[in-house]
Write a protein that binds this ligand. Structure first.
Ligand code: CA
Ligand code: CA
Ligand code: CA
Length: 702
């Protein structure tokens, strides 16, 4: 790849000055990003979250096939059936009749430069059966979402391979077809094709043999925009011409002829540039990811008593008739191929817990050898700690608090702590103090340990970085001033106390959340209000060289909570937007019915990008939980502008559809959700900021 080419590709239309460091698979992304704290590539950020970029690295293969593979653990197979044959695995596209399932928006890979590269290779490994004469099947296409014009595509017939693309000239636009003759793919053997394109030159290498070149009058366009288009794997968004073979590799390599990288190859028919990790060779140990796919193989299935399973017999099946179980021999072990999956059916009320006053936050935690406890942050002069006894929460300890907002449980070594955020002082006119309690193993109670000056504290977050313990407080306001510092405290092992370590400017801070990505540590703050408007930026910070530095900013509306969660290898951040209000523009109409937003980490771009908007009613909390192989989010909807009687909603993760509402739960002034498990089941608990009643719900599963 030449720099001139790179510049040509990505300027001046694109928003970013450089090409992207294309990475191949989530696994590789996770392995390669971020590189190391010393070479951290993040430049300065402006408040809108735009980054300046490091110089471009080599353009990497872009694994198109991996884009349609559901993340590990997301449940459904996403219309892909994995089949192993002739010693290699591939996907049969079982969902080609609902082509959208095997598609994704081009913007997912054309992040900053929406032009298709001008020079590139397309690498395909496939195995196709006989086709009737004249029948064509598509390997992939990129199609305009609105206009349905095909922008780029690859299809084959019994004897030909056609590369299609949209040419636009002054006289209009039409589809150009470049045809390679006498290409015999339909012999039910694996074949690897490398199509290298550079201006008017189209070169096809099959199984690393001598390339076939075609020179045409219509060169590949210099500025084919992918804006508003969608990639379809194995189809042209229609039923006609859908792919019936097996697909093992489908990669776009911007900038160079991949044949020089892949050939010669000891196994030319299966030469690899990049294939999804689930299709890679059987490992010595089973990787649970590929077991999630319906699996077929041209291998032996044994009936009868349990046969021997040794390394020699890798990939041999045993069907246990008595238990109706199908097992696969992998690395000396029989692995069950069929497992009973637990599914959430419905939610039932389990315990109604009257509290001394309204409850703002709940913290549920387990102290070893003591049991499961729930700390309720109660509005009035005391808060209650409950203990789970015989399947119910019962009052265990009462602590004096002052408009308690939230509790945070954490440990340092064997020491167990619980910190409370007190919104108000003990007596009017006094300084507010939030309190850290320590568990006394002798008294079996929490005892006061350290008092810390806070300003209308809303939340505590506890975390560890490189073996050191920290606490961050969300200082909401000082008098009428919301633009104040929140403080990060560090544990001093010598004094045994937390000491102020760093301050960060916040605007009506409401929530802190800590998370890590690889070796990096992050904090995200929910800012609610700057004195005139709730439309303020909430920021994420990254720990670099001993302090937190601004990483990315999100425009939020009275942000009350951040929830960080993983689905497979994907990382998400959900913000609860509570209120849209601006004293100057007086935007008050229906200002509680607003969207809350889920962001996803884009590892290639090294930033969070919007994943989904979810309409909420003064959302105050998100809680993520899983049941069996399903993932859920529940939102605390608190107020619709007129009433506190609003449904809170459970959303289920449905892969490419995102989160979909599945259960509506009537709540009143709902403030906080917590999910927890005991040996007897899975539960949700929520608190109300408007009535002295919290509820425990039981998740009924089948
Ligand atoms: Ca928090
Ligand atoms: Ca939360
Ligand atoms: Ca919560």
């Amino acid at each position: 790849m030449s720099c001139a080419w790179c510049a040509l590709w990505c300027s001046p239309r694109s928003r970013q000055p450089h090409g992207l460091g294309w990475l191949t698979s989530p696994a590789e992304l996770a392995a390669t990003w971020p590189r190391s704290p010393e070479s951290v590539p993040w430049g300065g950020l402006d408040t809108a979250g735009c980054q300046s970029w490091p110089p471009p690295v080599d353009l990497r293969p872009l694994d198109i096939l991996s884009e349609v593979i559901p993340p590990r653990g997301s449940g459904p197979s996403g219309g892909l059936r994995m089949i192993q044959t002739q010693g290699a695995r591939g996907f049969q596209l079982s969902a080609v009749y609902s082509p959208r399932l095997l598609s994704f928006p081009a913007s997912r890979i054309f992040l900053y430069c929406d032009l298709f590269p001008e020079e590139f290779s397309i690498i395909v490994t496939l195995k196709v059966l006989n086709l009737p004469p004249k029948k064509n099947e598509y390997v992939f296409t990129a199609v305009e979402e609105a206009g349905d014009r095909l922008l780029v595509g690859l299809r084959y017939s019994p004897t030909k391979l056609h590369f299609l693309f949209l040419s636009q000239e002054l006289s209009g636009s039409w589809q150009t077809r470049v045809t390679f003759q006498d290409i015999l793919l339909t012999d039910n053997q694996w074949h690897t094709l490398v199509l290298a394109v550079s201006e008017g030159s189209f070169s096809l290498t099959v199984d690393c043999s001598v390339p076939t070149d075609v020179i045409v009058d219509t060169p590949f366009p210099m500025s084919l925009t992918m804006k508003g288009s969608r990639f379809f794997i194995g189809s042209r968004r229609r039923k006609k011409g859908t792919f019936t073979g097996l697909l093992r590799q489908l990669v776009l390599l911007p900038g160079s002829d991949a044949a020089s990288r892949m050939c010669p190859s000891r196994n030319a028919q299966l030469a690899v540039l990049s294939i999804p990790s689930v299709l890679q060779d059987l490992p010595g140990r089973p990787e649970d990811e590929w077991l999630h796919y319906p699996y077929e193989a041209d291998m032996k299935v044994t009936l009868g008593p349990r046969p021997q399973c040794s390394r020699m017999e890798d990939a041999r099946f045993w069907y246990d008739v008595s238990r109706r179980g199908l097992y696969l021999c992998v690395g000396n072990e029989w692995i069950s191929m069929i497992e009973a999956k637990v599914k959430l059916d419905y939610v039932e009320e389990y315990q109604s817990l009257s509290t001394p006053s309204e409850t703002l936050g709940i913290e549920i935690f387990t102290i070893p050898h003591v049991g499961l406890l729930a700390a309720a942050a109660n509005r009035q002069a005391s808060s209650t700690i409950y203990k789970w006894v015989d399947g119910k929460f019962v009052s265990y300890q009462i602590l004096a608090t002052h408009q308690a907002q939230a509790w945070k449980y954490f440990t340092i070594g064997k020491k167990v702590f619980l910190a409370v955020a007190n919104l108000e002082p003990k007596d009017k006119g006094q300084q507010e103090l939030s309190v850290i309690y320590k568990w006394s193993p002798r008294k079996l109670k929490f005892v006061t340990y350290q008092r810390i000056v806070t300003y209308s504290a809303r939340d505590w977050e506890a975390f560890e970085i490189a073996g050191e313990s920290f606490l961050a407080v969300a200082n909401h306001r000082q008098g009428d001033n919301h633009n104040i510092d929140s403080v990060i405290y560090k544990w001093n092992p010598r004094s045994g106390l937390f000491e102020a370590n760093q301050t960060l400017a916040t605007s009506g801070a409401y929530d802190w959340e800590f998370f890590t990505i690889g070796p990096y540590s992050f904090l995200v703050v929910a800012n609610t209000f700057n004195g005139t408007s709730t439309k303020v930026f909430s920021h994420t910070y990254v720990w670099l060289l001993g302090s937190f530095q601004l990483f990315q900013s999100f425009l939020t509306f009275g942000a009350a909570d951040w929830e960080v969660f993983h689905i497979g290898e994907r990382l998400f951040l959900a913000v609860a937007n509570s209120h849209s209000y601006d004293s100057e523009t007086r935007v008050q109409n229906n200002s509680y019915a607003i969207n809350s937003v889920i962001y996803e980490l884009n590892v290639t771009a090294q930033m969070f990008v919007k994943f989904q908007d979810i309409p909420t009613y003064s959302a105050l909390d998100w809680e993520f939980f899983s049941v069996g192989e399903d993932y859920f989010l529940v939102v605390a909807n608190s107020f619709d502008g007129e009433s506190f009687s609003v449904n809170s909603i459970i959303y289920r993760w449905q892969g490419y559809e995102g989160f979909v509402a599945v259960h509506h739960l009537p709540t009143f002034g709902c403030r906080d959700w917590e999910a927890f498990n005991t040996s007897t089941g899975s539960y949700l608990m929520y608190s109300s900021a408007k009535e002295p009643l919290s509820r425990v719900l039981r998740l009924k599963m089948s």
